[in-house]
Design a protein around this ligand. Structure first.
Ligand code: HEM
Length: 122
């Protein structure tokens, strides 16, 4: 498959994770943790998104000939793990929702910095 397919899938995965987590966090911020519809939709959307990010990310590494041990890729893997772990905190600690909101955005920002800036140098 051409690499642009994986690039699009990578971005769709990112959109899904941030939409899903945004919904879950908004649910906590609204003090509405009884709402199972939002919880289900947010969990499923972010879960599929995480898989898409990972699969498309690894496909791009081989298609574009990057090294799996390049620092910017290792950082992105750590970010991916952190994003995956974040759902446990989001669901179990609704009181932290306002802080996790910014943590989520910071993780996304670092991933973008890795790919658009750090990749050029290391
Ligand atoms: C398993 C973890 C990940 C791997 C292995 C991975 C790998 C990659 C690779 C190889 C590229 C292509 C770079 C290029 O075109 O030269 C890329 C692009 C990108 N990644 Fe990731 N990534 C991962 C996680 C993430 C996460 C968690 C985010 C954001 C939350 C993210 C955001 C981006 C963005 C914005 C691009 C640029 C889109 C593009 O040019 O295709 N990545 N990633």
């Amino acid at each position: 498959m051409p690499v642009y397919i994986y690039q699009v899938l990578h971005i769709i995965g990112i959109l899904m994770v941030f939409t899903g987590y945004g919904a879950l966090l908004a649910r906590s911020l609204a003090g509405n943790t009884e709402d199972t519809k939002v919880r289900k939709l947010g969990s499923i959307t972010s879960g599929i998104g995480l898989i898409l990010i990972l699969v498309a990310g690894f496909a791009m590494i081989s298609k574009l000939g990057y090294s799996f041990s390049a620092p910017w890729i290792l950082v992105k893997l750590v970010i991916w793990l952190a994003l995956g772990g974040l759902i446990a905190l989001i669901n179990r600690k609704p009181a932290l929702a306002d802080k996790l909101w910014w943590v989520l955005l910071a993780l996304g920002a670092v991933a973008a910095i890795m790919v658009y800036i750090v990749k050029l140098y290391v």
